[in-house]
Design a protein around this ligand. Structure first.
Ligand code: DC
Length: 224
C-alpha cells in the first residue's frame, strides 16, 4: 500500500477563503487528485437553469437529475452531459442560483454519492467544498477549515471576477458573499460548519504559500 492511499484531505470553508487555490496547490505538491466539489454543484445549477426547472418542485428536480451527468476531468475541465461547461459554470447567472440549488436534498444526495465514489477509487485526494469533513469524507484523516474576514474574502472574489472579465462592484460582491454564507451555513442538509477534529486556519493575513505550508506541516509530510 502506498502512502498516498491514506491521503484523504478534506478542505472546507466559505467563499473567498482561498480554499480552491490552496487545495489545488496541496494536491499538486502531493501528486494526488484535486476535486473542486463546488464546480459539480455549479454544473447542476447550470442544467436546472437551462431547463428552467422550478426549484420548488422536488419531482421536477429529481426528474432532471436522473437525466444529468457531471464529469470532472483530470485537467479540471467539467462536462455536463458530455458538454464542456468549464467557463459557463462561473457565469453571473450560475453564481446567482447555485446556493439555492446546493440546498436541495436530491441534488446533495447525487453529488455526495458521486464524490464518495471518486474518493473511493483515488489513491490520494484533496477534496474541497462545504461539507467534505462532515459528510463526504468523515473518515478523512486530515481535515482543514479555511476562513478569513469578510472584507478580505470579498476583495479576493472581486479581484478574481475582475480578472475573468466579470466585473461586479466591490459592494455587490460583499452582498453576494454574505448571502452565499447565509444560505450555505443555514441550510438543513449538511450545512457549512466546523466539525470536531478539524484544524481551522484563518487566512486573513496569510499568503497562499503560507496556508499551503501550514497544511503540509499539518499532515506532517515533506513535499517539494
Ligand atoms: O465553492 P463554490 O463557490 O464554487 O460553490 C458553489 C456553491 O455550491 C456554493 O453555494 C456552496 C455550494 N457547495 C456546497 O453546498 N457543498 C459543497 N461541497 C461545495 C459547494
Amino acid at each position: 500500500m502506498s502512502i498516498n492511499s491514506q491521503l484523504k484531505i478534506a478542505i472546507d470553508g466559505p467563499a473567498g477563503s482561498g480554499k480552491s487555490t490552496v487545495a489545488r496547490e496541496v494536491a499538486r505538491r502531493l501528486n494526488v487528485v484535486y476535486l473542486d466539489t463546488g464546480a459539480m454543484y455549479r454544473a447542476i445549477a447550470l442544467k436546472l437553469l437551462r431547463e428552467s426547472c422550478d426549484l420548488s418542485e422536488p419531482g421536477r428536480v429529481e426528474a432532471q437529475l436522473e437525466q444529468t451527468t457531471v464529469q470532472i476531468l483530470a485537467d479540471e475541465r467539467i462536462l455536463l452531459d458530455g458538454e464542456d461547461v468549464t467557463d459557463e459554470i462561473r457565469s453571473a447567472a450560475v453564481n446567482a442560483v447555485v446556493s439555492r440549488v446546493a440546498e436541495l436534498p436530491a441534488v446533495r444526495r447525487k453529488m455526495v454519492r458521486q464524490q464518495q465514489e471518486i474518493a473511493a477509487v483515488s489513491e490520494g485526494i484533496v477534496m474541497e467544498g462545504r461539507d467534505i469533513a462532515s459528510t463526504v469524507m468523515p473518515d478523512a484523516p486530515f481535515k482543514f477549515y479555511l476562513d478569513a474576514a469578510l472584507p478580505v474574502r470579498a476583495r479576493r472574489r472581486y479581484l478574481e471576477q475582475r480578472d475573468k472579465g466579470l466585473p461586479l462592484s466591490y459592494e455587490k460582491t460583499v452582498h453576494q458573499i454574505n448571502e452565499r454564507d447565509r444560505i450555505d451555513s443555514g441550510r438543513a442538509d449538511s450545512p457549512l460548519r466546523i466539525t470536531p477534529g478539524t484544524a481551522v486556519i484563518d487566512t486573513t493575513t496569510l499568503t497562499i504559500e503560507e496556508v499551503v505550508e501550514q497544511i503540509l506541516q499539518g499532515i506532517n509530510l515533506q513535499a517539494d
